[in-house]
Unconditional design. Structure first.
Length: 76
């Protein structure tokens, strides 16, 4: 089954943990893959000041801060 969303973040990022919790509460049926940006030079350069960032299958991105309403709108 393909991933529905990618969560770009890093270890010990409390905002990333909040975003993950928000996704699991708002859209529990979607699959979420977490990607640590520290493991990839390009991702680190792209997202280091923006994490957490959600990316969907179409390549759209939702940058923090977002709430449940913004997440629902992004997913619709």
């Amino acid at each position: 089954m393909p991933t529905d969303l990618i969560l770009y973040g890093t270890i010990a990022c409390h905002l990333c943990e909040e975003a993950e919790t928000l996704v699991s509460q708002t859209a529990p049926t979607l699959s979420l893959t977490k990607v640590d940006i520290v493991d990839d030079e390009h991702l680190f350069a792209t997202y280091r000041y923006s994490i957490p960032v959600l990316k969907d299958r179409q390549g759209r991105e939702l940058f923090w801060p977002f709430d449940a309403n913004a997440l629902k709108e992004f997913l619709s």
